[in-house]
Ligand binder design. Structure first.
Ligand SMILES: [Zn+2]
Ligand SMILES: [Zn+2]
Length: 111
């Protein structure tokens, strides 16, 4: 299971792979990135690093993009007693969809 991006234009830019630059941040043709772990869309800033500006709306079709799960991710790590900078993060939290599993688990616990 993966993310469903809102339109072909966005999908096209996110799936863009360059034959010359393995690292998208090093490629001047790469303009957008998506983080599955944080469910976050960003415009790449080519400043030599890995900076990007998070966007809330699709630049092509105007669809509102999902809320970033970045804060939730750090909260979840904390509530699990994990230090994101020190500890090994379980792979389930390192990929798209971890918050969906978490939500259905919460629902189960409530009933
Ligand atoms: Zn779109
Ligand atoms: Zn390139």
């Amino acid at each position: 299971m993966g993310p469903t991006h809102c339109c072909d234009a966005l999908r096209h830019h996110l799936e863009f792979k360059c034959n010359v630059h393995k690292d998208i941040f090093a490629c001047p043709d790469a303009i957008l990135k998506y983080s599955g772990k944080f469910d976050e869309y960003g415009i790449i800033i080519h400043d030599g690093g890995t900076s990007s500006i998070t966007i809330s709306y699709c630049p092509f079709c105007g669809t509102q993009l999902p809320d970033s799960k970045r804060d939730l991710w750090f909260e979840t790590m904390e509530s699990n007693g994990l230090d994101p900078w020190e500890d090994d993060i379980p792979t389930e939290y390192d990929q798209y969809g971890w918050w969906i599993a978490k939500e259905s688990q919460n629902r189960k616990n409530q009933t």
